[in-house]
Design a protein around this ligand. Sequence first.
Ligand SMILES: [Zn+2]
Length: 168
Amino acid sequence: MNKVFFSSLVAIFLFSSGPSQAESTITPQQYIKDRGLQSTSFIAPGKLRIDGTRMICGKRPTVFDPTLDDFGGAFDGFVILNPRLLKRLPKQVKLWIYSHECAHQFRGADEAVADCFAIKRGVRRGWLRKSGMDQICKFIWSAPPSSHHAAGPKRCEMMRRCYKEVQK
Ligand SMILES: [Zn+2]
């Protein structure tokens, strides 16, 4: 019912908001069980490291799901990362994907908002530089538009604007 699942790029997107999300949302443990994942796929809040950088999303845990059909996703209450797909990407792109999914925890379903939140967080916390901004654009460039996402070049343009805004 009030299940919330956001996706980082183009794939699945199920969203229905309701007044009692907290009660009906799937737990990370249930997700791990349903997907047949190992219990070690659960990463407690504060324990996540991506290429040596500790990443946090408030009190939200992360689940590693190599079977996810996208780089990352977010249920209400936890972030999902696909380590199989992420491992080929540059570090700053990985950190941006995680932060994009984290943004959905705090800012809701809007993809452009999540993109911008992740860029600004990266600059403020010191892990996103010009080189990473370029890598993110390259990564997103060929992504087609969907009902929830602008086309890659447009997303890039909007994120570059967010990057500039936070430089001051
Ligand atoms: Zn998203």
